[in-house]
Write a protein that binds this ligand. Sequence first.
Ligand code: ATP
Ligand code: MG
Length: 428
Amino acid sequence: MKCKTIKVNNFRNIVSADLSFSDGVNLLWGENAQGKTNMLEAVCFFSLGKSFRGAKENEFIKFGSKQSDISLDFEDSVREQNLKINFYRDKIKHIEQNGVKLSRVSEMIGLYRAVLFFPEHLNIIKEGPSMRRSYLDVAISQLRPVYLRSLQRYNHILAQRNKLIKSVPFDRRSFDSTVEFWSSQLAHEASQITKSRLGYIDMVQKELKVCFEEMTDGRETPSISYDFSMKLKENEIGDVKLMEEAYFSQLMSSHDREIAAGATLWGIHKDDLEIRLNGKNARNFASQGQQRSLALGLKLAESAISRTASGEEPVLLLDDVFSELDAGRRQYLTERMKRGQVIMTACGDIDIAETGADVIYVKNGYFSEKMPDSCSDISQNNESENDFEINYAENTDNDVENTDGGYASDVSDENEELFSVDGDADYD
Ligand code: ATP
Ligand code: MG
């Protein structure tokens, strides 16, 4: 998988950019707050279908502008493709694949495969279970669109079941008559999702071991296992039918506690991953650098699994990855990056030669292959880009007029709950 070019207009602080990427390591380099992560966020949107920073799409649009446009040319081993997205302040975004309108964000997921690492991924190790579930959900959804659909159905059923539980004080009769239906639906989706998660974790475990073996010369051994919120017997784990029966019977036997809590208390939306380093829980015992290495290792495992499953090396998107890694770990990563295409960001303190990267300099939302001489150069360039901005906006307005409003709410609704399961707080 190769990202060839990206065109960006009025996306955050980027007025206009048209970047070509090399097939190797591409480094977006500049001082703080210049627009490096903004560009990575634009590239990554095509892969994730949402902001990796958890931002709302409205926030993408440059202050004072009405719309933002991003367009990506990429190629896999079969063909070249284009994805184009227009974000608007006052209406739903418009997505096109090779000039043909897509009606749902999920139709885009899996077309352009990228694996992202950014500093907050440290929270996969440090924080509560939701980041760890999200790691699994995002990774598996990219590989298997059926997983994403199953997850979306689970979310929907869970919301219905929670609504039902909350309604008990007002309407006990409707609870008694429909709880069995929602529980069986939920158990069905949960068993499918669990099966996929368990299979994925097996693959992660193998890849993570190889990664740490090389990164730490065998001094550190990671392990990862699935932590069920429901009680399952040994023989039930991994068997879809038995897991479905076990989930259903637990959902049907816990009504009093669920009604007291006002929510569904057990299921895949409460499960967790246990990540250990040298046999000890990494969350409590690993150092900051070790936690960072583990988070990075999980993402590199995701990349290796994606390549094995699809035959395509996904593009690695690395935001500020080198800080806090010691020399040995940096060297490992530098070697590892040679496998495929990388788009990474870094600030002033990086040894550019060490990365062997093609550098794109970033200043004040302006991107250049040459190091900008002075601020006046940049403001001049931005002025000329502003002319372009006006033309571009006029062209895309035509698209907007032709947009069929019907599909719009589909795109929005689905995106809201693309990977998130349940709004309930984690209970660990
Ligand atoms: P760092 O090295 O600190 O991570 P960065 O180059 O990655 O810096 P970005 O996160 O890309 O910086 O942000 C650059 C700037 O973009 C910030 O100053 C931010 O205020 C600005 N910005 C964010 N959203 C918008 C927006 N919608 N319109 C205009 N500017 C924005
Ligand atoms: Mg940044």
